[in-house]
Design a protein. Structure first.
Length: 433
C-alpha cells in the first residue's frame, strides 16, 4: 500500500493554535452517534448549521433563548454573499460535511483555481471572527475549463486528526475514463500535516472508503470494491498505522453500523428481508450474536449506538434495543408530508426519511423540506429527550429552521424578520408589484 506524506509549513496561531498539537490522548474521540452529514453542532447558547439549497457554504448560528438565526460572521456591514471577506459564505465554497470539535467548526470543501483542483480542510471560530485553512488535503494540476466531481463521503475527527475520504473524477468524462484518484487521508488538524493511509492502485476499480467511525485506538470504515468478495469492514490502528480487515462476510451483504469500545456492529438483512444488526468482539473479532432483529424494512434506517443502547430510527418509528432485546421506543412519529392522488382515486402518502443524531441526551432528527413550497426552508431540526423516546411518550419539538435567503433572520415563534444591510430605497423598488 502506497503512502503519501504532505507537510504543510503553516503554523496555525488562532483559536486552535499550535499549542494544541499534543498526543492523541489529549484530544476528544469521534462521536459516532453525532457525526457525518448534518451533525448537531451546539454549545450552551446556540446551534450551528451549514446548509443551503445550492450546497454552498452558509454557516449560521441560532440562539437557543431567542430563536434568532444569523450568519456566522462578525462583520456587521457584511452582506453574506460570498467573496473572500465573509466567514459565513467564504468564496461560495462547496462543503461536504461540517463538524464541531473542541469549540471550533471544521468542514471539508472542494477548491479550484486557474491551475489546480482539490479538497481542503477549513476551520471557523465559533464567534464568526475567523476562518482559516487548516490543510490542503489533496491537490492536483487541473485545467480551469474542466471540473472535478468529488464523491460526498463525510469525514470525521478523532483524537486530533481528521480522516477524510476522497474520490475524484473529471466531470467532462464520467465513469471509467474520468477517474482521477481515491483514498483516505489522515490530517493533523493543528499542524496541517497530511498522510494518505488507504490507497488502491486499481484505478477506477479501486475500493472506496465510507461510513467512518472512530473509537479508542481505531478508525473503522467500510472498504467497498466492485469485485465479489472485495468488500468488508476494515480498521486503521492510530498507533501502529496498520490497516486490517475486521469483518468480511462472503455470504451476506453487510455494512458498518456502529462501534463501541468492546463491540463492532454490522447491519444486514434477516430471513424476512428486514434489518438485522450483528455484533462482534472488537478485540478478537469473533461473532457474538444478534444485537437487534427488527421488522424494519428500510435497510437504510439510521442506527445510533449510545450508552449501551441501539436506537433504530425508521421511516415512521424509533425502536430502542439493549442486549438483543427491545426496551422501548416511539411509534407513529413520522411526518406525513404529502397526500396526492393518481388516476383511479388511489391515494398515496409520502413520509420523510429522517437523518437522526444524539446530542446532550436528546435525539435530534433533521427533516428536509419541500424547498420550493415551504418558503425556502432547507430543512428543520427537531428534538426529543432520550428518556421520553424510550418510555414511548415523547414528542418532537422544532428547534431550528434553516432558510436559504441571504440576510434572513428566523424567529421560531412564527415571526419572520428581515435583516438588510444595503440601500433601503433600492430594496423598496425591487419589492414593488
Amino acid at each position: 500500500m502506497k503512502k503519501r506524506i504532505i507537510i504543510m509549513t503553516v503554523c496555525l496561531m488562532l483559536l486552535t493554535g499550535c499549542g494544541r498539537s499534543g498526543s492523541n490522548a489529549e484530544h476528544p474521540e469521534d462521536t459516532p452517534w453525532n457525526n457525518g452529514f448534518h451533525a448537531i453542532m451546539e454549545n450552551d447558547k446556540g446551534w450551528y448549521t451549514n446548509e443551503s439549497a445550492a450546497d454552498i457554504l452558509s454557516l449560521r448560528y441560532t440562539d437557543k433563548e431567542s430563536g434568532v438565526q444569523v450568519y456566522l460572521c462578525s462583520r456587521p456591514e457584511c452582506l453574506h454573499e460570498g467573496g473572500d471577506s465573509c466567514t459565513a459564505t467564504y468564496n461560495d465554497l462547496e462543503p461536504v460535511n461540517t463538524l464541531m470539535y473542541e469549540g471550533d467548526i471544521y468542514f471539508v470543501a472542494y477548491e479550484q483555481d486557474e491551475e489546480t483542483a482539490g479538497i481542503a480542510l477549513y476551520r471557523a471560530a465559533a464567534d464568526g471572527s475567523t476562518l482559516d485553512k487548516a490543510a490542503d488535503v489533496y491537490k492536483i494540476k487541473f485545467p480551469q475549463d474542466d471540473r472535478c466531481d468529488i464523491d460526498n463521503v463525510p469525514f470525521i475527527i478523532h483524537k486530533g486528526y481528521a480522516y477524510i475520504p476522497f474520490d475524484l473524477s473529471k466531470r467532462s468524462l464520467p465513469g471509467f475514463g474520468g477517474y482521477i484518484d481515491s483514498g483516505l487521508m489522515k490530517v493533523n488538524i493543528y499542524t496541517g500535516e497530511c498522510e494518505e493511509i488507504v490507497s488502491d492502485d486499481e484505478g477506477y476499480f479501486s475500493r472506496r472508503v465510507s461510513r467512518l467511525k472512530g473509537c479508542g485506538d481505531y478508525v473503522y470504515f467500510d472498504y467497498t470494491g466492485m469485485k465479489p468478495g472485495d468488500s468488508g469492514t476494515y480498521r486503521y490502528n492510530i498507533t501502529s498505522g496498520e490497516v486490517s480487515p475486521t469483518i468480511v462476510d462472503d455470504e451476506n451483504y453487510t455494512v458498518l453500523s456502529g462501534v463501541t469500545p468492546d463491540r463492532v456492529y454490522v447491519s444486514t438483512a434477516n430471513e424476512n428481508f428486514c434489518l438485522r444488526i450483528k455484533s462482534y468482539d472488537s478485540e478478537t473479532l469473533e461473532y457474538i450474536g444478534i444485537a437487534a432483529d427488527t421488522d424494519e424494512r428500510n435497510m437504510a434506517s439510521c442506527t445510533l449506538f449510545y450508552n449501551d443502547m441501539i436506537f433504530i430510527c425508521g421511516d415512521n418509528d424509533i425502536n430502542v434495543y439493549r442486549d438483543g432485546k427491545r426496551i422501548g421506543g416511539l411509534a407513529d412519529c413520522g411526518v406525513d408530508t404529502d397526500e396526492f392522488e393518481y388516476s383511479g382515486n388511489v391515494t398515496y402518502y409520502r413520509y420523510q426519511n429522517f437523518l437522526c443524531k444524539i446530542s446532550e441526551n436528546y435525539l435530534y432528527r433533521i427533516r428536509p423540506s419541500d424547498y420550493f413550497f415551504e418558503d425556502r426552508i432547507c430543512y428543520y431540526i427537531e428534538r426529543c429527550p432520550l428518556e421520553d423516546i424510550i418510555s414511548g411518550e415523547g414528542e418532537f419539538e422544532e428547534v431550528v429552521q434553516v432558510s436559504d435567503e441571504r440576510g434572513r433572520t428566523i424567529l421560531l415563534g412564527g415571526y419572520t424578520g428581515e435583516v438588510y444591510y444595503g440601500d433601503p430605497e433600492e430594496e423598496a423598488e425591487e419589492n414593488e408589484p
